[in-house]
Design a protein around this ligand. Structure first.
Ligand code: KG4
Ligand code: ZN
Length: 339
């Protein structure tokens, strides 16, 4: 199907409220991301009820803002794409409900976008030269999985976490080290002045076949090491942060090596999600396989609506619009997508 008009993307599955408008060729006409970090920080994590209310308060205004910036009226759009899972149900209802209302009011096609597909396809947003099939390592606060991306709607999960997501592990280790939430970026900064070799921390599942992940033991090891230090100094904390980050990086590299064997025809190793911003992780993954490492620009690594609009465009071009009766899905594994 030819798609002639721009598509509006809406994202509200976790703690970012976002809207974006992309031309059918992938040009970004307008985009905005509103992070709720400050609202959740004092609770040390995302509070679903607070998130849902904030999405409800902000999403319609953000949609109006990107339309105005792009110089478009709703009826000028070629479709509306809204994150409809997986994620926190309150936010999914806001994004999908608002998106469907807009589509119904203006007679536009609606696409119920899988958030994970958004992350996966963001690697192909022009001017990217990434082609199918590729390996995707999705490393965020809510997700930790390795996926064979073989086409739009064609995904095979090669491995997943047995306990925490890797971003969650960063956040928990950071909390133990007395850093504010979300701790990943703070831990990376603290690790800069640290000696990664001082503490012998575990490398979970290292060398094990397949591409699963496990992080809870590593976090516990950080807690034990800290517990043995009577009065941890700044240097102790930096050494532990460096040790933790190195253990994560080495483990991720090992998992990537196994994944590359599971998809020998892969053309690239793509890393996405908030943890993809970590330099030690990027360096380790770049060396892990013979594949080129591709990371979307940092602002597209975290949650955003550009990737949702782009996934919507890829689907609309293939005639894959959804019914307005499509119900949001808090759990929606990528393998259950239709092509
Ligand atoms: O993808 P994202 O923005 O949101 C979702 O979780 O969906 O990822 C946020 C996660 C948090 O756990 C945060 O601590 C982690 O990504 N993160 C990092 C870094 N920047 C963000 N972890 C390690 N190093 C970083 N530089
Ligand atoms: Zn995400």
């Amino acid at each position: 199907m030819t798609l002639r008009a721009p598509v509006l993307g809406l994202e509200a599955s976790c703690d970012e409220t976002a809207a974006a408008i992309l031309a059918p060729d992938g040009r970004i006409l307008a985009e905005v991301v509103l992070s709720q970090t400050a609202e959740h920080a004092r609770f040390g994590g995302v509070v679903p009820e607070i998130a849902a209310r904030a999405h409800l308060a902000h999403l319609p205004g953000l949609a109006a803002r990107v339309l105005a910036e792009a110089g478009l009226r709703p009826q000028d759009l070629g479709g509306v794409a809204a994150t409809s899972g997986p994620g926190l149900i309150g936010g999914l209802i806001v994004a999908a409900g608002f998106g469907k209302g807009l589509a119904l009011a203006h007679g536009l096609p609606f696409v119920a976008v899988n958030h994970l597909e958004g992350h996966a396809l963001s690697a192909m947003l022009p001017p990217s030269e990434v082609r199918f099939p590729f390996l995707l390592m999705l490393l965020s606060g809510g997700h930790c999985q390795c996926v064979a991306v073989e086409g739009v709607g064609r995904y095979r999960r090669l491995g997943t976490t047995l306990d925490d997501a890797v971003g969650e592990a960063f956040d928990k280790a950071a909390k133990l080290l007395g850093l504010p939430w979300p701790g990943g970026p703070h831990l990376e900064r603290l690790a800069l002045g640290g000696d990664a070799t001082r503490f012998a921390l575990p490398r979970p599942l290292l060398g094990r076949a397949g591409c699963d992940f496990s992080w809870s033991g590593l976090k516990t090891a950080v807690a034990h090491a800290l517990g043995k230090l009577a009065n941890p100094t700044e240097q102790d904390r930096a050494d532990l942060a460096a040790g933790f980050q190195a253990a994560v990086a080495v483990t991720l590299a090992d998992r990537a090596k196994h994944a590359a064997r599971m998809l020998p025809e892969a053309t690239a190793l793509v890393v996405a999600g908030g943890v993809a911003a970590n330099q030690a992780v990027r360096t380790a993954l770049a060396r892990a396989t013979a594949l080129p490492l591709v990371a979307p620009p940092i602002r597209l690594c975290g949650d955003n609506a550009v990737m949702i609009a782009w996934a919507g465009i890829e689907r609309l071009k293939r005639g894959l619009a959804d019914e307005l009766g499509h119900a949001p899905r808090p759990r929606w594994p990528l393998d259950e997508m239709r092509a």
